[in-house]
Ligand binder design. Structure first.
Ligand SMILES: NC(=O)c1ccc[n+]([C@@H]2O[C@H](COP(=O)([O-])OP(=O)(O)OC[C@H]3O[C@@H](n4cnc5c(N)ncnc54)[C@H](OP(=O)(O)O)[C@@H]3O)[C@@H](O)[C@H]2O)c1
Length: 300
């Protein structure tokens, strides 16, 4: 991969331990399953094309889970990209299961987690998983305090067996990150964060200091993409799209932020990847910082 390609994707980030690195602009594969992240997508050929285009553009960080579909997204990744190019880092997450009604249920016992690791290995066609995030499932949306010692210890055991190379966490609080770090080395945290939803600002600053990756899920707002008059007006002035500005803002927010925007469309993929080349003047950054305060005021 050329230096130009790496710079064009936001530069490179090296995970703790120093042996694993990715370009900061990656791809999230959840949108490749059918509606409601259930079953096959309406256009399998289109899904394969998105993955192949991403890798051809230099993306070397793909986020997935075997519970997307379930199994469907991993099977599509395997079909599109196996044998995987050198340097491609596929990050998966475990901690949930999808019963026949399509709901998302916790599956966090050591036996569930072991089963999920084997499902990921089989469906991705791998002997070991580069990074596995333990995804904490609470009663509602967003993280909630509870001990995660048992599941993290289960992942550490799977790491000792060589099935997992690195451990990450998802949907967790700062206290849970600290608890997990007492048990295993944590290389990344994946939580809900974007221009309008900034509950994790303090956690990000702490992880930046520790050199741990922070990977926002819903970087574009998730199921209802971000909308804000400030964002639209900035985008118009910069001759970019609002979602490109939202991604560029995240890249500016902290050097340990890695992006995994999701899309089922090659056109949207190209637009999202181009965001890394969008310069944001400091006055604009200040303006964009006001969006979360306005969103917070609207929430109350
Ligand atoms: N750890 C967790 O609990 C968790 C939770 C959710 C997601 N994730 C991960 O995070 C990744 C990103 O989250 P996400 O995919 O849910 O949300 P997202 O990246 O914030 O937004 C995806 C949505 O934006 C649309 N979109 C993407 N690019 C666009 C563009 N350029 N113009 C217009 N619309 C665009 C997509 O529709 P189109 O398909 O039409 O482009 C889709 O509806 C996922 O793929 C998944 O890997 C993790």
């Amino acid at each position: 991969m050329s230096n130009e390609q790496v710079q064009g994707l936001g530069g490179r980030f090296t995970f703790p331990g120093g042996r694993l690195a990715v370009n900061r602009l990656g791809y999230g594969a959840m949108q490749l399953a059918g509606k409601g992240v259930w079953g096959p997508p309406p256009d399998v050929g289109g899904a394969l094309a998105v993955l192949r285009e991403a890798v051809a553009a230099g993306v070397n960080h793909i986020d997935t889970s075997d519970y997307y579909g379930p199994h469907v997204t991993n099977e599509i990744i395997r079909r599109a990209l196996h044998p995987y190019p050198k340097g491609l880092v596929i990050v998966t997450k475990i901690g949930a299961r999808r019963p026949a009604d399509g709901s998302w249920q916790p599956a966090m016992s050591p036996a569930d987690l072991t089963q999920a690791v084997h499902d990921n290995l089989r469906n991705l066609g791998l002997d070991a998983l580069e990074i596995v995030n333990f995804r904490m499932m609470g009663a509602g949306h967003g993280p909630e305090e509870a001990s995660i010692a048992e599941p993290v210890a289960a992942l550490a055991e799977l790491q000792k067996k060589g099935l997992i190379r690195h451990i990450g966490l998802s949907n967790v609080t700062a206290k849970q990150v600290a608890e997990a770090q007492g048990i295993a080395k944590v290389v990344c945290v994946q939580n809900n964060y974007n221009l309008a939803h900034r509950d994790d600002d303090a956690l990000i600053d702490d992880l930046t200091g520790q050199g741990i990756a922070y990977v926002p899920f819903f970087p574009l707002g998730g199921f209802s993409p971000l909308q804000s008059s400030t964002l639209s007006s900035v985008a118009e002035r910069l001759e970019a799209t609002p979602l490109q500005v939202a991604l560029a803002w995240l890249l500016h927010r902290a050097p340990n932020i890695l992006l995994i925007p999701g899309t089922s469309s090659v056109a949207h993929l190209r637009e999202n990847l181009a965001a890394a080349r969008l310069p944001l003047p400091s006055g604009v950054l200040h303006e964009l910082d006001g969006i979360s305060a306005a969103a917070g005021a609207n929430r109350h």
